[in-house]
Design a protein around this ligand. Structure first.
Ligand SMILES: Cc1cc2nc3c(=O)[nH]c(=O)nc-3n(C[C@H](O)[C@H](O)[C@H](O)COP(=O)(O)OP(=O)(O)OC[C@H]3O[C@@H](n4cnc5c(N)ncnc54)[C@H](O)[C@@H]3O)c2cc1C
Length: 601
């Protein structure tokens, strides 16, 4: 059975040393995140996830969820108890607003907990994860009454939340949704329609489920401009907060799917269910985007979370499994063979995983800091800069993060050879579970178009210029430090490739928008690599300073420097070939017509 140990040392390194969270303690909420508090949260969350959630991961995969004839759903053995413990420990409350029962601490800490929970058990993590997205939308767009009615219970995880966008005929193009919302005399709406693929749509772990549903009011434009957002509880809520009648909605079936079997993916049927509009009519997509942005970052975390647990188990296997001899001569001549860890090709896979996972963790936590600074930054300028950075990084963390996370998970399976393909080792589950992160919350193709089609051009390219200026500045500073200069020069070259690709889009995409579509995926990957490069530069800078000052944890910092060097050697050069692909445009990609794709009999 695979095991998981939460990477608490690495998380503390990023929070305390790289992000230097203590330096923000003049901002609201940050003052309570003292070093002691950070240690406690990180260590206790790590323990909970390793001991309680990880052992249920294979159970959830094997048992899946069961729908009963009355539409109720039972989660796998142990999930309900584990959720009770999760609720009691308050893991879901860390970064939530204090006025509704949250702890009001920085999102950085909330993200760390989310990572550990998702690494230990992704299917489980989705129940509180989607609740977090629904909380974000109600907090931002709900009326005071809606906030009072739902947020306390949802933040306490007594009630969970869902997001209902997808319908059988539309997922990406939500302008086509058919679910109807008929206004009622009492100010509510009657919601009728079918939603599919609704994660955590029905289950037995909470007393109420709060569905956020996209629907169209009568006469609404037949496009994304006609969508409104509604809160539709499973049980109606009485004025005193107690539960009232069962609403007319139910889970029609559970999807049989490739992975995350412990999460109930439901077809949800709404039959005149009572709902209330959130925010303004026809502005539902904007409200839903708040939820989706929170969820997109959460899915980005899933990408490196599955890679982390697969990596941990692959390292253990590589040290144990003996095959062949090291090319440089036997490493352990007295044994029948050397551990496969000695082979450079195995090391390639492990180093790729290490460089990616630790870099992504730093990027996601830097992103989490921007989420906080967007609201709490000391000056208008700080808030605007944070907003630009996180809006640019969100599709990258989600899209690049999960593409590469899946890639790493399959490589970790590869380390196991044939045994990786056998269920009992658990590696194939990590591959299956990580696959979904590339698809939901907007496919990665959609993330790439969001980055290139919207974010690059927004406000005259202000966000990407801010990003370039940040990377340029840090490269310039690192070039003055002898030990870091070689890495800084490699990052400078990669950044140059990104700047050139950006310029190529500016010069060519207006004339032919397919040029943008044809290069968007590659651009998202260039930006992912450069962003991780920035993170490795920061981590290496801290590590070098610690070593120069003298430390009793030298091995940790030397490992960081070695991993940064590997990243510089093996990741950064890819930006050149990605840029060259972009510059070929869409001509060869779009040249053939339908007939050429159809196989002749
Ligand atoms: C396990 C699971 C859980 C899910 N959970 C939820 C949930 O909780 N709530 C919810 O509402 N939905 C959920 N979904 C739905 C998910 O978000 C959608 O499947 C996803 O957004 C893609 O929509 P689609 O499946 O209709 O694919 P389509 O939109 O049909 O896309 C098919 C392909 O075409 C590409 N494509 C489509 N449009 C464009 C374009 N304009 N430009 C370039 N490429 C394009 C896509 O990238 C994709 O490769 C879940 C799905 C699964 C499988």
């Amino acid at each position: 059975m695979p095991t998981y140990t939460a990477p608490t040392r690495d998380a503390r390194f990023i929070i305390n040393e790289v992000l230097d969270l203590a330096s923000y303690n003049n901002l609201p909420g940050f003052e309570s995140a003292t070093p002691d508090m950070i240690d406690t949260v990180v260590n206790e969350a790590g323990k909970f996830c390793s001991e309680v959630l990880a052992p249920l991961n294979q159970v959830g995969d094997k048992e899946g969820c069961t729908r009963h004839e009355d539409g109720s759903v039972t989660t796998p053995t142990g999930f309900k108890d584990a959720f009770e413990k999760y609720r009691e420990s308050g893991w879901g409350t860390i970064a939530q607003p204090e006025e509704f029962g949250g702890q009001g601490m920085p999102h950085v800490l909330g993200f760390v907990v989310e990572e550990f929970v998702g690494t230990a058990n992704q299917a489980f993590a989705m129940y509180p994860g989607l609740t977090g997205g629904a909380i974000a939308a109600i907090t931002a767009k709900g009326s005071d009454e809606q906030k009072e009615t739902y947020l306390h219970k949802m933040i306490a995880n007594e009630w969970t939340g869902t997001m209902n966008l997808t319908e059988p005929h539309c997922g990406t193009d939500l302008g086509m949704i058919r679910t109807k919302a008929e206004p009622q005399a009492d100010g509510s709406y009657a919601i009728t329609g079918t939603k599919i693929f609704i994660s955590a749509g029905e289950h037995d772990m909470a007393e109420n489920i709060i569905h956020l549903v996209l629907a169209k009011t009568p006469g609404a434009p037949n496009s994304s401009k006609g969508i409104s957002l509604f809160v539709v509880p499973k049980f109606l809520v009485n004025e005193d907060g107690s539960l009232g009648d069962r609403n007319t909605l139910e889970c029609g079936s559970i999807e049989e799917k490739m992975g995350i079997h412990g999460n109930s993916t439901c077809v949800m049927n709404y039959d005149g269910a009572k709902g209330w509009m959130i925010g303004e009519e026809h502005k539902g997509l904007a409200a839903m985007f708040i939820m989706m942005n929170a969820a997109r970052l959460g899915v980005g975390i899933q990408g490196y979370a599955q890679a982390e647990v697969a990596y941990q188990n692959a390292v253990a296997y590589a040290l144990d499994r003996r095959q062949g001899r090291a090319l440089s001569g036997p490493a352990e001549p007295e044994a029948a063979a050397d551990p496969i860890f000695v082979h450079a090709d195995v090391r390639r896979m492990l180093m790729d995983a290490k460089a990616y996972v630790e870099g992504m963790r730093a990027l996601a936590l830097w992103g989490a800091l921007q989420v906080d600074l967007t609201h709490k930054g000391a000056t208008e300028e700080d808030r605007a800069k944070a907003d630009q950075i996180i809006s640019l990084l969100t599709p990258v963390i989600k899209g690049y993060g999960t593409d590469k996370g899946y890639d790493v998970a399959t490589n970790m399976q590869q380390v196991f050879g044939g045994h990786g393909y056998i269920q009992e080792w658990g590696m194939e589950q990590f591959v299956r579970d990580s696959r979904i992160a590339m698809i939901y919350e907007g496919t990665n193709g959609v993330q790439a178009m969001d980055l290139c089609g919207r974010k690059l051009a927004q406000n005259g390219g202000a966000a990407i210029q801010t990003f370039f200026a940040t990377v340029d500045e840090e490269i310039a500073a690192a070039k003055d430090i002898e030990a870091l200069a070689p890495f800084a020069e490699k990052l400078e070259k990669a950044l140059g490739e990104q700047k050139a690709a950006t310029m190529w889009f500016m010069q060519n995409a207006m004339a032919n928008p397919d040029h943008l579509g044809a290069g968007a995926h590659h651009y998202m990957h260039i930006m992912g690599i450069v962003s991780l490069g920035l993170m490795w530069l920061r981590m290496a800078t801290v590590a070098q300073a610690k070593l120069d000052a003298g430390t009793d944890d030298a091995a940790f910092y030397e490992t960081k420097l070695a991993t940064a060097r590997y990243f510089g050697d093996r990741f950064l050069p890819d930006c050149g070939s990605l840029r060259r692909k972009i510059e070929t445009g869409s001509d060869s990609m779009m040249a053939l017509g339908e007939d050429a794709f159809l196989t002749a009999a």
